[in-house]
Design a protein around this ligand. Structure first.
Ligand code: UT7
Length: 335
């Protein structure tokens, strides 16, 4: 009765790009910094080395480099971008938004800009936010950037965390795609009862910075590794199943899964639970470590550049991490 039926647009990724800082930190470098071994790190995580940003590089600098490449790949100019979302847990500042800094650097003069925070699942969250802006016709082109300088919030004397993480950035341009292509379904979730499992305790409103918090190293990432591990192995199969059910698809329809690159053993255990071949999970954490909000895009860009992602392929992205939060989506690759 008098309602307007709006045809939603199909929204997909139309360009990807990434940026890896030059500096490589290997496991044998870490052996000189903390009580650990290459053998322990490789067997427990699959990580061999990670990239580390220069002291002079902030998250927006990495984000900018990745964004330029994604725009090139999409053949879209900065002036065509309507919105920039930077997905990160290591912003340049509390305020302003890192996305605004990137907007200026890119010369994306028409673009709105904001940051999104949901730790390692944030890039999936950001893609879904972007999809909704475009599906409704509000915006035509949205740039989603995942960028992190985790090296700046790590305690380099804490072997529980410093061996896992790395720096990097990845970007995706989203726009309208042909009928039948693009994002088909998603599932976003959170369980905030796991707040303490992975956090930076001080520097926020809960515990503002004091000389004492600095002395106690409370501005660095703290993690209960075992709890996050168990959570991840449970939620990966759960969220992917929910997304595929919404899309009316089966695991056998999926050509490639691009998971958040946290730990090889997490992905391996999840693959077993899902009864889906491990080789179909694209992994590059051996060279990059866990880059949190940037990791899915870094893996996706590499898979695309290696010719493993082709038009018509059905891909699943799945993220999980601090919050605790988790998320997945399924899409048909459009180019
Ligand atoms: O994006 C999400 C971010 N978080 C994650 O992905 C973390 C998920 N969790 C994990 O990946 C794993 O729990 C870790 C890789 C962090 C740890 O692996 P684990 O198999 O759960 O090891 P553990 O914590 O049970 O530690 C086993 C032993 C301990 O020694 P004891 O108590 O058995 O004597 C640790 O002290 O290994 C020791 N250990 C280390 N040894 C050498 C912990 N870290 C290290 C290290 N090098 N870097």
């Amino acid at each position: 009765k008098g309602s307007i039926i709006m045809k939603l647009k199909n929204v997909g990724i139309i360009g990807v790009g990434s940026y890896k800082p030059e500096k490589i930190l290997t496991n044998s470098d870490l052996e000189k910094m903390v009580e650990t071994s290459n053998e322990w790190i490789v067997s427990r995580t699959g990580i061999e080395e990670r990239r580390i940003a220069e002291d002079s590089q902030a998250t927006s600098d990495l984000a900018y480099e990745a964004a330029k490449k994604a725009l090139e790949n999409a053949k879209v100019s900065p002036e065509e971008i309507d919105l920039i979302i930077v997905a990160t847990m290591t912003p340049d500042y509390f305020t302003p938004a890192t996305a605004a800094i990137v907007q200026d650097k890119l010369g994306a003069t028409k673009a709105a800009a904001f940051d999104l925070s949901s730790a390692c699942s944030v890039q999936v969250y950001a893609l879904v936010v972007a999809q909704n802006f475009i599906a409704t016709g509000a915006y035509k082109k949205v740039l989603v950037i995942g960028a992190e300088t985790l090296s700046k919030v790590l305690d380099w004397t804490d072997r529980n965390t410093c061996i896992l993480f790395g720096d990097g950035a990845s970007a995706m341009v989203l726009g309208e795609v042909e009928e039948g292509y693009g994002i088909k379904a998603f599932h976003l979730a959170a369980d905030g009862s796991g707040e303490q499992a992975l956090l930076v305790p001080a520097g926020g409103s809960r515990k503002p910075a004091t000389s004492e918090t600095v002395e106690n190293k409370e501005h660095f990432l703290k993690m209960n590794g075992k709890e996050v591990f168990k959570f991840a192995v449970t939620v990966i199969p759960d969220t992917v199943a929910k997304t595929l059910e919404k899309a009316g698809m089966e695991m056998s329809d999926i050509d490639l899964i691009v998971p958040h690159q946290a730990n090889y053993r997490i992905v391996s255990a999840a693959a077993k639970k899902m009864n889906y071949p491990e080789e179909k999970f694209y992994m590059n954490l051996n060279k990059l470590g866990n880059t949190s909000g940037a990791s899915i895009g870094l893996a996706l860009t590499e898979a695309y550049e290696n010719g493993l992602v082709k038009k018509g392929d059905n891909l699943v992205f799945v993220g999980f991490g601090a919050g605790l939060s988790y998320a997945s989506l399924v899409l048909k690759w459009a180019y």
